[in-house]
Design a protein around this ligand. Structure first.
Ligand SMILES: C[S@@+](CC[C@H](N)C(=O)[O-])C[C@H]1O[C@@H](n2cnc3c(N)ncnc32)[C@H](O)[C@@H]1O
Length: 304
């Protein structure tokens, strides 16, 4: 959780407010019935949720579901094997820098880069394919673009660069802080020549490029300079069961009350479908310095 959020006398939610694993499974089944093919567990830091592998086991029992999670990687050395055994299919690890000082400045965390690298190796050892996400912020870690690319070339892990976004109300975002995907691509291409790879499916958020020498591929997520709202198929649920139809939404839709009432599965399905049918979100297409003052949900609450 960013210090700007935590430092304001943050009150953690009461456990009773969180959806239980049983409730999460029930909801997931209705989302799958509505057409969802992939579930990503994120946060906050998902590996801090006690017994997470029990949730993974429940969700992995649902047929035809691609199940993954995004983590800061710090607890993967302890957890990777149990998560894989429970049926997790793959994992995304966030790593914005290979240099400890820059890493800490970006993330407000109290562990070193080596711990994340160890986490990535534990995931590999457990048989989990790994993607690595790096958010690039101008003047902070843009000097790390090429070193990160060099590090993960030939590793078998796909490195993905994400344009720095104006998530939540606390990160003080300015358009000037954004390093565009085009700039990131040019920096890497100058050192290690790249060529584009066709998207594997409509709505794939990362534009893929492969190293011409066969050293693997990278992804670029250009959510600021080339928004993809029109192709976005993502819904997000907060830990307390609010459904958000956009990462930049202001209000979520309360599903918990419905889950905790006597509502049938059909009623849940209907509620989910009707929220989805009515969505109109296209925040990234209308983003400007002026939209920066709009109220938004925090990323530590809703996940990336
Ligand atoms: C909010 S984190 C949550 C999961 C987990 N705690 C982690 O660190 O990966 C999910 C993803 O959002 C990315 N992210 C965080 N802040 C961002 C920002 N301002 N712009 C773009 N991506 C961001 C992170 O790098 C991470 O890959």
């Amino acid at each position: 959780m960013p210090k700007e959020v935590f430092g304001r006398g943050y009150r953690f939610m009461d456990r009773k407010e969180l959806l239980t694993f049983e409730e999460l499974e029930r909801l997931t089944r209705q989302f799958v019935r509505a057409g969802i093919e992939k579930i990503r567990i994120t946060g906050g830091e998902p590996l801090l949720r006690r017994d997470l592998e029990r949730l993974i086991a429940r969700l992995s029992a649902i047929e035809d579901l691609d199940l993954t999670l995004t983590t800061n990687g710090a607890l993967l050395p302890q957890k990777a094997a149990a998560l894989a055994a429970a049926g997790l299919r793959r994992v995304t690890v966030s790593l914005d820098s290979l240099d400890d000082e820059t890493f800490r400045r970006m993330n407000d965390v109290d562990f070193p880069v080596s711990r994340v690298l160890e986490g990535i190796e534990s995931a590999r050892a457990a048989g989990l394919p790994v993607k690595v996400n790096a958010v690039i912020k101008k003047g902070l870690n843009d000097h790390e673009i090429v070193p990160l690319a060099r590090h993960f070339r030939n590793s078998g892990h796909t490195l993905r660069f994400i344009e720095y976004m104006d998530v939540g109300a606390t990160n003080g975002w300015r358009l000037d802080d954004v390093v565009s995907a085009a700039e990131i691509l040019a920096a890497i291409d100058a050192e290690f020549p790249l060529e584009p790879v066709a998207a594997s499916y409509r709505g794939e958020v990362a534009r893929r490029h492969r190293y011409r020498d066969g050293a693997g591929e990278i992804g670029l997520i250009a959510s600021v300079t080339q928004p993809f709202c029109g192709d976005c198929t993502r819904a997000r649920i907060s830990a307390e069961g609010r459904l958000y139809t956009c990462l930049f939404a202001v209000e979520g839709h309360d599903l918990r009350s419905l889950v905790r009432s006597n509502a049938s599965d059909d009623a849940l399905f209907e509620a989910i479908s009707s929220v989805w049918r009515r969505r109109r979100d296209r925040y990234s297409e209308i983003r400007s310095e002026r939209t920066n003052d709009l109220r938004r949900v925090e990323m530590s609450y809703i996940g990336g």
